[in-house]
Design a protein around this ligand. Structure first.
Ligand SMILES: C[S@@+](CC[C@H](N)C(=O)[O-])C[C@H]1O[C@@H](n2cnc3c(N)ncnc32)[C@H](O)[C@@H]1O
Length: 191
């Protein structure tokens, strides 16, 4: 790990990377559409969301942002799109929740056109041995059940490093409060 940015810098990274996207963009696990305002107007936005209630809500929210294509149903382990069909894939706080990170990243690579980018923003496991890491590991079984599958103790950077992207720009961010050192990663991985 080299530089660790602040939480404010993590938010700035999200604005900058989402604002720079072009073409057809698929957002996996899009939830309640928190990113929608950050995309350029000319982007064709496709959402994928497995939870039917969230999907219905997301469809309404997306329409308010002028995005009228139906939100895709399904999980990111099996993306219902053809090979090389999108210019970018976005995942924000979603690799913490999926059942199989390696399968999701293989699907992300499959649907990206050559040279296309996966843009990710994730909370990840706190440093090994830290108090927060022990809390995350204790809470993980409960969190997985009650919080859309979210496992707060995942070392998601390892999955990104192992996923076979041609280029990975992965940055670290932290929010330190009292003795609790929460960690985030963000960046781009190119097919
Ligand atoms: C923590 S929420 C984040 C929502 C949104 N991306 C955001 O940043 O506000 C995780 C989302 O991932 C979705 N999700 C869970 N498992 C998934 C999977 N296997 N494939 C795609 N999305 C999934 C959940 O339904 C939920 O909407």
């Amino acid at each position: 790990m080299t530089t660790v940015g602040s939480r404010a810098e993590f938010a700035q990274l999200q604005e900058r990377l989402l604002g720079g996207l072009r073409g057809t963009v698929l957002e996996i696990g899009a939830g309640r559409g928190r990113t929608l305002a950050a995309y350029p107007r000319e982007v064709r936005w496709l959402g994928l969301e497995p939870d039917p209630r969230r999907r219905a809500e997301l469809t309404r929210i997306a329409a308010r942002h002028g995005r009228h294509e139906p939100v895709l149903a399904g999980v990111a382990e099996r993306i219902p799109l053809p090979d090389a069909s999108v210019d970018a894939v976005v995942g924000r706080t979603v690799l913490c929740s999926v059942a199989d990170q390696a399968a999701v990243l293989a699907e992300v690579r499959r649907v990206l056109r050559p040279g296309g980018s996966y843009v990710f923003f994730e909370h990840v496991a706190a440093p090994a041995g830290s108090l927060l890491r022990r809390v995350q590991e204790l809470l993980a079984p409960l969190s997985r059940r009650v919080s859309h599958g979210c496992d707060p103790a995942r070392e998601t950077w390892r999955s990104l490093e192992d996923a076979g992207f041609s280029h990975l720009d992965l940055r670290w961010y932290a929010a330190v409060r009292w003795d609790l050192d929460a960690r985030y990663i963000g960046g781009t991985a190119r097919r």
